[in-house]
Ligand binder design. Sequence first.
Ligand SMILES: [Mn+2]
Length: 220
Amino acid sequence: MARGPAQDMAQDMTQDIVKRATLKRQATISRKTKETEITATVDLDGSGQFDVTTGIGFLDHMLEQLARHSMIDITIKAAGDLHIDFHHTAEDTGIVLGQAVAKALGDKKGIARYADVHLPMDDTLTRVAIDVSGRPYLVWKVEFSKPKVGEMDTELFREWFQAFAQNAGITLHVENLYGENNHHIAETCYKGLARALRRAVEADSRQAGRVPSTKGTLAG
Ligand SMILES: [Mn+2]
């Protein structure tokens, strides 16, 4: 039987699906400066396992939530100048994790790209919307009523999200709609990111092998 365009297309799609099934969306990034030394490994198709040590207890708690609820396996080992303050370690952890996610995403073929979630936690509700666009942008509408949660300065959450969005190459909108408890406000931001990220980087079977853009690229 003569082969036509439909058969060729079907074969291309089958090859893409086979390729995707064997393609590992994993990456490791190491970064060393005079302020921090950090290594992060991610597996976008993991099961939410984590091994996180930043030296900042509350940040570890947040990054563990991020792994668990995104189903992305995350390993982070950070050694930073915590004797100064937590700023460099918090920000640089966002940078390195963002770079690892960007590298693991590769050409972004076949992903859902967009996702949003409303994430409740007791008194608190936070909305997170994401576009895995290759174009970094953070909108952060989150305010805290206390300067610290645990030992971590609440002003550092914006720094972390900015660093992550910038280096992952994602458009990220985070808005806390309401809530009183500062621990809950921070935690809903990370869990909201986790759930949105999970859906945005997941395979969309109808996209199989195609970059989800009329431009044909999400390279930024
Ligand atoms: Mn908690």
